[in-house]
Design a protein around this ligand. Structure first.
Ligand code: GDP
Length: 359
């Protein structure tokens, strides 16, 4: 899928950079261009991307703190600058735009939904969100902001692929210290999804196509990505268990949104040397995925890659009924309740009702 990425906020910019670098290092050519937008000049400076500083008249390049309402206002006021910077990047070959943001902060949390809305009005290609959820140990403000942002992001985007900061946190390690590794892991999964339809080597009937990625996301709502790989034998007959077990692993322990396994649609791309991919293994893995997700629409195919390993790349669409999403929303609601108790201000912007009809 030829995609243009727009990172909004600090996490958005860093993750966009990681994705663009992964795509370039692998030589996929799926990321055709990228842009980073922020209210904080210091967060834009280190990025090797074209950048747009928004909200200068409001915050003078110093960021919005955790104020996502200000983040939204600023994006509303300065969206023309962002759209102008994007216009030359959206060439005829581009098949999708991704707005990438941490949902728990200020600039990305508030700005991403506004930008999604603007992009939907201008472009016919799907406009997806790539949103980072705060880990459970991050503060209440992050949870509240992310809950509110998620609601709008899901409404405005054609689909929102979620990446949970808790998914990659190893025991005892703080999220902050591990961002670079987390971003790499996230970029790998999403970068492979973007590249899945771009495969040119060994093109055959069974190769996954970009339209299958888009169709898996067509139902909208929340999506998640899983990945696992293992060494493979040269004889495909010996790799049946490799494919079934990497698929299980991708779903049970390798998802960007852990335990988000109840899905409306699914795609299984078996990545690796096509000569090593066992047809029977791929079929078995697909049947397992159908049972596990409860989805009647399980698409599948090969993703030819020059490697002596085989990998299962799983994209799940419509996972909002999953326990994991419900658990996050409950965390956000609880943070709103706690905040209301601390500050019994009837004019509080974080009104509980705003989360009730979340999805
Ligand atoms: P903004 O600049 O105001 O949009 O705020 P941030 O992008 O810093 O958003 C804060 C949220 O993003 C928190 O939940 C952080 O844990 C998360 N975050 C910040 N930087 C990164 C990063 O580099 N990678 C990841 N995965 N999450 C990040």
């Amino acid at each position: 899928m030829k995609a243009v990425l727009v990172g909004v906020g600090q996490a958005g910019g860093k993750l966009t950079t990681a994705l663009a670098e992964f795509d370039a290092d692998m030589g996929f050519g799926a990321v055709t261009d990228a842009l980073a937008v922020n209210t904080a000049a210091a967060d834009l400076d280190p990025l090797p991307l074209e950048t747009v500083l928004v909200g200068q008249s409001r915050v003078n390049g110093h960021g919005v703190g955790g104020d996502n309402e200000l983040g939204a206002e600023v994006m509303r006021e300065d969206s023309v600058e962002v759209l102008d910077a994007l216009a030359p990047k959206l060439t005829a070959e581009v098949e999708a735009v991704f707005v990438v943001a941490g949902l728990g902060g200020g600039t990305g949390s508030g700005g991403a939904p506004v930008l999604l809305n603007e992009l939907q009005q201008v472009y016919d290609v799907p406009v997806y969100a790539l949103g980072v959820l705060p880990g459970r140990n991050e503060g209440a403000l992050y949870q509240v902001n992310a809950g509110r942002s998620l609601k709008t992001v899901v409404r405005e985007a054609d689909a929102a692929i979620l990446l949970d900061n808790d998914a990659w946190r190893s025991a005892g390690e703080s999220v902050e210290s591990g961002y670079a590794a987390v971003n790499e892991a996230m970029a790998k999964r999403v970068g492979l999804v973007l590249a899945a339809g771009e495969a040119v080597e060994g093109v055959g009937e069974s190769v996954v196509d970009t339209s299958e990625v888009i169709n898996t996301l067509r139902g909208g709502g929340i999506a998640a990505v899983g990945f696992a790989s293992a060494p493979a034998a040269e004889d495909p007959g010996e790799n049946i268990n490799v494919v079934t077990s990497t698929t299980r692993k991708a779903v049970t322990s390798g998802m960007s949104l852990p335990n988000a396994t109840t899905a409306d649609a699914a795609l299984l791309a078996v990545a690796g040397d096509p000569d090593r991919i066992p047809r029977k293994g791929a079929e078995k893995a697909r049947s397992w995925l159908q049972e596990k997700t409860g989805s009647m629409q399980v698409r599948g195919g090969d993703f030819p890659l020059d490697s002596d390993r085989l990998a299962s790349l799983v994209l799940l669409g419509g996972v909002e009924r999953s326990d994991r999403v419900e658990a996050f929303l409950e965390r956000a609601r609880q943070a709103v309740r706690d905040e209301a108790e601390e500050k019994p201000d009837p004019a509080s912007a974080f009104d509980n009702d705003q989360l009730e009809d979340l999805l």
